[in-house]
Structure formats: structure tokens, C-alpha cells
Design a protein around this ligand. Structure first.
Ligand SMILES: [Zn+2]
Length: 363
């Protein structure tokens, strides 16, 4: 990291989809659109500037078998930073990563506490595994531990039926979501399946992760309630491999996973077309590597979302949704500078020319 010299970003500054400027300045780590008076040590960066990218489904401090040591969590956060991810919504972590808040050189994190799952209905070592009568208490606990979000596991394989199924009775999620909202936290849930969605949405949930089971009949409900989805298509791409692995023991589940995978792009495009907010999330940290934010943006474009809105899903729109500033005057200077216009080809995001975090150029 270099010192906080005055930075001059020149070229095109994409403040918003309809707000494009020619330059911005970074003074004392803050964005300014006025040329600073008397500044001497000025470093110029040329290119196409965007707000620091948002990964709205990422796990820091989590590895394939559960919590990881701090040095591993640090590497995860650094890998995200190199990719231009400067704001993370952590979608559940068993580690205490509060120490990252004191590190100006690491991405900013909005936490959802630790995953809350039904007993033996999630990946071992990740979640609090509880029964419905304890859901309200655990949601209250994680709402207090997190940064305004709580994460539920809404469905998972039921080994008795050999297929995905909803994890919670309707009354339990209603009470839990009401309690989270009373405490000022929003709620999201991991959902692969179709049958978990209606109860969660009618109970007032704010977001659904993956949402592969979002069928045509449920889309109007999501749209009318304004429930966001974070599809994590780079994760959904692994479904065929998971299905192969489970084929002999759980053939029904395998076939279900393959169907969800096969229609994944239609699911996302239909949601987008209906006006459902769609955000970029990679699901890094469990089995997937960190730093895949550009690949997920490209996947949303493949699904049929126009490039400018796929970019918004990791920049302007995502930041507004999470209550964090973008490239507004006076905001912390968290930005990425691309070689060429990312609206013309989002793949340019995969190799940012410069990443600037809190006004410092990441070298
Ligand atoms: Zn996840």
C-alpha cells in the first residue's frame, strides 16, 4: 500500500448508470469532484472508474471444514481485494472476524453472524444446528453479533426422503423474521429448492441466496414484496459435479440438482425481467475460491442481464441496497479503475488496472 498522496482519476468516472464524469480526486482518502487547491504530490490514474465492487455472498473465515485461522481469513480478504471486491456481505461465518474492521488495508465487511441451520441439515462445522423452538433465540443472538443481517439455511437435503426440502415450519420462520426486524436486522436464507420459498417470502424475508427454485409461479410474489436474490451462478455451476457425487445414494436429489442447474439462466433472467433485484455474490469461502467477482458478473450477462445492470449488481445498486456509499462526494475512496469501458465488455473487470481502498492505491 502506498501513502495517501492526492490521486487524480482521469478518463470516465461511472458514478451511476446515468451519471458519468471525466475525473475525480482523492484527498485524505475521500472522494472529491473539486480540484484540490495547492496539492503538490499528485498521482494520476487513467481509465474507467467504478465504485469498489460488492460481493454480496462471500464467507470470510470459513473453509471447506468450518472455521479457519486468522492468517487464512486474511489471505481470503486480500484475494478479494486484489479482485476489486472492497465491500463484502458475509453470508455466514463461524469465525469472529471483527479484527478486520481495524484493518484499513482489507475490504469492508457487513456480517450476517453465523449460519443458522436445522440439526444435521447443512455442511458440518458451518452453522448453529438447532430445532425450530430455538430459532427466535438464535436469530436474536446472531442479529446482535452481525452487522444488520441474519442468515438461515432454508432448505437442504433430507436424508430420509432423499431430496431437498424446507427446513423450518412456517410459524417458526414468521416469528424469527419478525424478531430480526424488531432488532433492525434483515434476513436472508440459503434456498436451492422450490418448496422453501413461499413460506419465507410470505413471512417477510428480505433476500434469498441462490434462489435456483424460483419458478414462474413464485416470481410475482418476490416482485411484489421486493425480495432480492443473489444467484451465485459460479456456485450453481458446481451442481452437476455435486449431483454426480450423490447419484448412487440420493438419485432423486441428484436429478433435482441437475434440473435446477439446467434452468439456472432462465431463472435469473425471468427474475430480472420481472423487476426482482438481483445482486452479485460468489459464495467464496466454503468450497469456492475467493476473487471470483468478475466471473459472477460475466455469468449474469450470460443469463441475459444487460451489462450495465450486471455492473450495477456489484456497484451502484448493490451499495445502495446495503446502505453504503458509492462514488459520492466525501465518501471513502473505494474504487476500481478498468482498462476499457466495462459497460462494453464486463470481462475487463477480471483484471482491474488499479484498485483504490480508503484512498490508497493497492500495489
Ligand atoms: Zn454461502
Amino acid at each position: 500500500m502506498s501513502d495517501r498522496a492526492v490521486l487524480h482519476v482521469k478518463g470516465r468516472v461511472l458514478v451511476g448508470p446515468d451519471d458519468v464524469r471525466d475525473e475525480l480526486w482523492v484527498v485524505d482518502g475521500r472522494i472529491s469532484y473539486d480540484r484540490p487547491v495547492g496539492a503538490r504530490d499528485i498521482r494520476t490514474v487513467r481509465g474507467w472508474a467504478l465504485p469498489g465492487l460488492v460481493d454480496a455472498h462471500c464467507h470470510v473465515g470459513l473453509g471447506p471444514h468450518g472455521p479457519v485461522p486468522e492468517d487464512v481469513a486474511e489471505k481470503q480478504a486480500l484475494t478479494d481485494r486484489e479482485a476489486g471486491t472492497l465491500l463484502i456481505r458475509d453470508a455466514g461465518s463461524p469465525s469472529d472476524t471483527r479484527w478486520i474492521d481495524d484493518r484499513e488495508d482489507l475490504p469492508k465487511i457487513i456480517r450476517a453472524g453465523r449460519h443458522i441451520a436445522r440439526t444435521r441439515r447443512y455442511i458440518r462445522g458451518y452453522a448453529w444446528e438447532i430445532e425450530p423452538e430455538d430459532l427466535v433465540a438464535y436469530v436474536a443472538q446472531e442479529a446482535r453479533r452481525g452487522d444488520g443481517w441474519v442468515k438461515l439455511v432454508g432448505d437442504w437435503i433430507d436424508r430420509e426422503t432423499g431430496d431437498l426440502s424446507a427446513c423450518w415450519p412456517r410459524e417458526a420462520v414468521e416469528a424469527a423474521i419478525t424478531e430480526a426486524h424488531r432488532l433492525g436486522a434483515r434476513v436472508t436464507a440459503h434456498c436451492f429448492s422450490e418448496d422453501s420459498l413461499q413460506d419465507l417470502v410470505e413471512s417477510g424475508i428480505d433476500c434469498i441466496e441462490h434462489a435456483t427454485g424460483l419458478t414462474e409461479d413464485l416470481i410475482p410474489l418476490f416482485a411484489s414484496r421486493g425480495v432480492a436474490i443473489v444467484p451465485t451462478l459460479v456456485n450453481i455451476a458446481t451442481f452437476p459435479k455435486l449431483a454426480d457425487g450423490g447419484e448412487s445414494k440420493y438419485p432423486t436429489w441428484s436429478a433435482h440438482m441437475r434440473r435446477l442447474h439446467a434452468r439456472r439462466y432462465d431463472t435469473v433472467r425471468n427474475a430480472y425481467d420481472a423487476g426482482i433485484p438481483v445482486y452479485v455474490g460468489t459464495d467464496a469461502g466454503g468450497s469456492l475460491p475467493h476473487g471470483l467477482v468478475a466471473a459472477e458478473v460475466a455469468e449474469l450477462v450470460t443469463a441475459g442481464i444487460p451489462p450495465v445492470d450486471a455492473l450495477g449488481a456489484t456497484t451502484w445498486a448493490a451499495r445502495r441496497w446495503l446502505g453504503r456509499p458509492g462514488l459520492e462526494e466525501g465518501a471513502a475512496a473505494d474504487l476500481v479503475v478498468c482498462e476499457t469501458d466495462p459497460r462494453a465488455d464486463v470481462r475487463v473487470l477480471a483484471a482491474p488496472r488499479r484498485v483504490v481502498l480508503d484512498g490508497r492505491v493497492v500495489d
